[in-house]
Design a protein around this ligand. Structure first.
Ligand code: GAL
Length: 955
């Protein structure tokens, strides 16, 4: 058989045929448009040519077909299943061929033109996004076909339109030659997933135009020139501008920045229409080896954003997009990389309006070719270059008028090759007002920025110092981490350590956390589903859940940590000398939008607060500000200052009072709990009593404290490994999660060596060790009491050769399931681990046991509250000597470890409490480096104590 089947275009490397040249996206109030979103008819076939194209004919009866919502993906609407792979192509790699099994969705809808639809001029049919290849017919006429899933395609259709009974038929193939260019780490989700719109094009309408609006920071003047395909006039009333298209005008203006996103309303008027413009004046340049905007080097505090909705996939509505932008602004994020494709265009309008620096990335990734040493990589094969250039042009032309976009990115993880060079050259020639980025270009031949992903702290520091070498060109360039801090599961750890580097070395211009949101799919079976949950033969499991937001957009602890780490106001100092240092860490804004408050806590309780007068510092400036006199004597209790910076008034994205940054400063230290060992242990039958407690006389096991039953108190070194503990399979560094399991930390045995009663103490000697290995801990529990309170001192001495750090070190025990309300004085309100606790605020907190849990999509260690002085739960009060990490949950660590989805976790009859003396760091090894050595929990002789007493309040 020759290859002349109906579906030849599917495997054609060319971008398609029939579509109009790409152009800017805009809407004019003067011109009619008709949304073709809504309910369409759908027929899904298993192969591309199972059905002929008669469905496109005008009298076709699709009454028996299913219905599908457009925008949408048919696999999320009950037809077939989504597939998740990170970089492996879910089909044989034989470019540009695709499998015969090629799910194909025939989409059909009819429409009538609104009665006021003008009879003059033409019309354009626009598709904003279809995955991965579509062929389009209107009223039986074949308009053409296209690829480039997250890019717009328009067809001229004016001559085909009828007042009513128009039949629009779209055949969508899941796989095409284009799929080879779209191997991003995400779900494969076929469908018409962005808007379909019919646009009237009056005679003399604007076609395409390019707004050039630069800013000269030396004189405070902006220069505007609008190049338009169709001549017209440009007016900006607020600036008294009225010029012809193509003509430059320079006037004093307010600049646009992500911090102060000042937009001017303008109008482009051609003979046929008026086009509203939102103009932001700013100049992006590479100067002194730095990315500068308006003459100032900027620091990206960014995230990578995939488009995601747990039910709708990549079919996002405006409100969801706005929610993303508002959440970013409220968490101090100032930049987005649109990984790894141009987003829905409305998202960029929001970035202009609310203020975010944008790296707009092209819809291009060929990562799967890495499995064959990049052989046959389309980006290094001239036959594909037209498709690559088409993608570059469709991105740049659509998005060029957005002031928020400061950098174009060629794509992601596509190796290197002449196709990328061609894209870079084309983009530079078309738009010299922005920079070009591509991470895979390690020598920076085609790029203006040296960019890497997941480099560890030490390497980033060397780069900052300029000691990293590289080509001559690269050495002159600024550096960004286009991805770092892999936010998969619990984590990422080490954010604060990266931020310190970014703020120390000029060359380091910040980074973009990977990534914004978990791509979990809402699913009755699992809560949220991930890779493998749909029976995929190849998949990458929960690697698709690695965001700062949970799939339902609830912020994860990682986002709160990031917010704190990148706060644009630094509040530092030493409470003892009565002053705090306030530093403005914005690049452009002064502090006039903020108010400052102080509060004073004794024992974690705020006793007084007030406002703090802080000068409106310019960016980079600091001031030392005097705190008031401490309002009360602390009477020997722990006391501290808390200073907060918050919005003085409602802003576009946050309400007055929204906290931007804070600092805490200890004044008087906490007195450690002391218990004088006056009550001795007494043996009575099978029980030993000691103060308020009873123990099993044979095993020395704690049984009760007053009226409270306690079960299973013992040393615990195991935590349910986090994704970052387990690390990624390709990591060459040691992965502790695997070592912990190998050495049996999840199955430690507790040998009883002796129960000793002395005059003032009950001592229980044990050895805690895993089967098969010589390593272990000589563990001694020493119990004393003053009659009402009970003190436990745990001494742990490692035995054997411990060559790796421990997950945790502390005790665990069970309480009755009625234990629910929790109060504590310590870090909160959310979880924190050694390298993720910058956002942990010292204070008094309350919760329920259920609310202490962080619902990671794949269950894993979570919920520890750090720096806890005391905690109350189930009628018990626990005072730490020293402070401890507090965790309580309705399942055991073993159950947490065994669970693969949230729905696997069911409350049992016991509340399990962990009081940890120490925890191992979290790091980011699920894709990047593990925890820094200073966050290791190394096995060494250790002693720590807890004082237990009854507390009526939470009983
Ligand atoms: C990067 C890639 C991202 C994502 C991430 C891991 O290599 O660019 O798309 O796969 O790793 O989550």
């Amino acid at each position: 058989m020759t290859s002349s089947t109906v579906a030849d275009y599917i495997e054609d490397v060319s971008p398609g045929s029939g579509a109009l040249p790409p152009r800017a996206r805009y809407a004019s109030p003067d011109t009619k448009s008709l949304s073709l979103n809504g309910s369409w008819r759908l027929r899904v076939s298993a192969t591309a040519d199972a059905e002929d194209d008669s469905f496109a004919e005008e009298d076709y009866d699709a009454g028996e077909w299913a219905e599908v919502t457009v925008p949408g993906h048919w696999v999320l609407q009950g037809h077939g299943s989504p597939i998740y792979t990170n970089h492996l192509y879910p089909f044989p790699v034989d470019p540009p061929r695709v499998p015969t099994e090629n799910p194909t969705g025939d989409h059909l809808r009819t429409f009538a033109l609104p009665s006021e639809w003008p009879s003059d001029g033409g019309a354009v049919l626009r598709f904003d996004g279809v995955e991965s290849c579509a062929r389009v017919w209107l009223n039986g006429t074949d308009l053409g076909e296209f690829k480039g899933s997250r890019l717009p395609h328009e067809f001229a259709v004016g001559h085909l339109l009828k007042p009513s009974g128009n039949v629009l038929a779209v055949r969508v193939h899941q796989w095409s030659a284009g799929s080879y260019l779209e191997d991003q780490d995400q779900w494969w989700l076929p469908g018409i997933f962005r808007d379909v719109t019919l646009l009237h094009r009056p005679p003399g309408s604007a076609l395409d135009f390019f707004v050039h609006a630069s800013y000269d920071h030396t004189g405070g003047e902006g220069t505007l020139r609008v190049d338009s395909d169709v001549d017209g006039r440009v007016t900006v009333p607020a600036l008294d501008i009225d010029v012809a298209t193509g003509e430059s005008v320079t006037v004093p203006v307010r600049a646009w920045t992500a911090e102060l996103p000042y937009l001017y309303d303008g109008l482009l008027t051609t003979e046929g229409e008026r086009v509203p413009l939102r103009i932001g004046f700013r100049t992006v340049e590479l100067s002194d080896g730095l990315i500068k905007v308006n003459g100032k080097a900027i620091l990206f505090k960014g995230v990578n954003r995939h488009e995601w909705h747990p039910e709708k996939g990549r079919a996002l509505d405006l409100e969801t997009m706005r929610e993303d932008v508002l959440l970013m602004k409220r968490h101090n994020i100032n930049a987005v990389r649109t990984s790894h494709y141009p987003p829905h265009p409305d998202f960029l309008d929001l970035c202009d309006e609310y203020g975010l620096w944008v790296i707009d990335e092209c819809d291009l990734e060929t990562h799967g070719f890495t499995e064959q040493a990049w052989r046959d990589n389309p980006v290094d094969d001239d036959r594909w270059t037209p498709a690559l250039l088409d993608r570059a042009a469709r991105m740049v032309e659509r998005d060029k008028n957005h002031p928020s976009i400061v950098i174009w990115s060629l794509g992601n993880e596509a190796g290197t090759g002449l196709g990328l060079t061609a894209m870079s050259e084309w983009i530079h020639a078309r738009d010299d007002s922005r920079l070009v980025h591509y991470e895979g270009d390690i020598d920076c031949r085609d790029t203006d920025v040296y960019s890497r992903m997941y480099a560890d702290h030490a390497e980033v520091e060397r780069i900052g110092q300029g000691l990293d070498g590289g080509t001559h060109k690269r050495r002159q360039l600024p550096f960004i981490l286009c991805e770092y801090a892999h936010a998969m599961g619990n984590g990422p750890g080490g954010l604060a350590d990266y931020q310190r580097l970014f703020e120390t070395y000029d060359r380091l211009q910040g980074g973009f956390v990977w990534e914004w949101i978990d791509h979990g799919i809402k699913d009755e079976r699992y809560g949220f589903a991930y890779g493998g949950d749909f029976g995929e033969e190849l998949h990458d499991g929960n690697f698709v859940c690695d965001g700062l937001l949970f799939p339902d957009r609830a912020p994860s602890p990682g986002l709160l940590e990031y917010k704190k780490v990148i706060e644009p106001v630094r509040i530092t100092g030493d409470g003892a000398d009565g002053t705090v240092r306030i530093t403005n860490a914005y690049d452009f804004a002064d502090l006039s939008a903020l108010t400052f408050t102080w509060s004073y806590q004794v024992d974690g309780e705020t006793v007084e607060s007030g406002t703090l007068t802080v000068p409106s510092l310019a960016p980079g400036e600091s001031a030392d500000v005097k705190l008031p006199e401490p309002p009360t004597e602390s009477d020997g209790a722990e006391s501290q200052w808390t200073v907060r910076a918050s919005l003085a008034a409602d802003s576009a994205w946050g309400a007055a009072g929204h906290v931007i940054g804070w600092g805490q400063f200890p004044l008087t230290a906490r007195p450690l709990p002391s218990v004088s060992a006056v009550a001795g242990p007494a043996l009575a039958g099978r029980r030993i009593s000691l103060g308020p407690a009873t123990f099993d006389a044979r095993t020395g096991e704690l049984k009760t404290i007053g009226a409270i039953d306690v079960t299973g108190l013992r040393l615990d070194v195991w935590r349910a490994p986090t994704d970052n503990d387990d690390g990624a399979s390709w990591q060459t560094d040691v992965r502790f999660g695997l070592l912990w399991r190998k050495f049996g930390l999840h199955r430690m045995r507790h040998r009883l060596d002796g129960v000793e009663l002395s005059e003032d103490a009950l001592t229980v000697r044990t050895r805690v060790a895993p089967a098969a290995w010589e390593i272990g801990f000589a563990t001694v529990y020493r119990w004393t009491s003053d009659g009402s309170r009970l003190r436990l001192t745990v001494s742990v001495a490692p035995e054997g050769n411990w060559t790796f750090p421990l997950p945790r070190l502390g005790v665990r025990f069970g309480l009755d399931a009625s234990a629910d309300r929790v109060k504590w004085f310590g870090g909160g309100p959310g979880e924190g681990y050694p390298d993720t606790k910058s956002a942990s605020l010292l204070g008094r907190w309350q919760s329920t046991v259920d609310d202490l849990q962080t619902p990671y999509v794949r269950p894993q260690e979570n919920g520890a509250r750090p720096d806890v002085r005391w905690a109350e739960l189930g009628g018990l009060r626990i005072d730490g000597d020293p402070e401890f990490w507090f965790t309580a949950r309705r399942w055991t660590t073993e159950e947490l470890d065994a669970a693969t989805h949230r729905t696997d976790l069911a409350p049992g009859g016991t509340v399990w409490v962990n009081l940890d003396h120490a925890q191992h760091g979290i790091g980011s090894q699920s894709c990047g480096p593990g925890p820094l050595p200073q966050y290791f929990l190394n096995a060494r002789p250790t002693e720590f104590s807890y004082v237990f007493s009854e507390s009526p309040e939470t009983s």
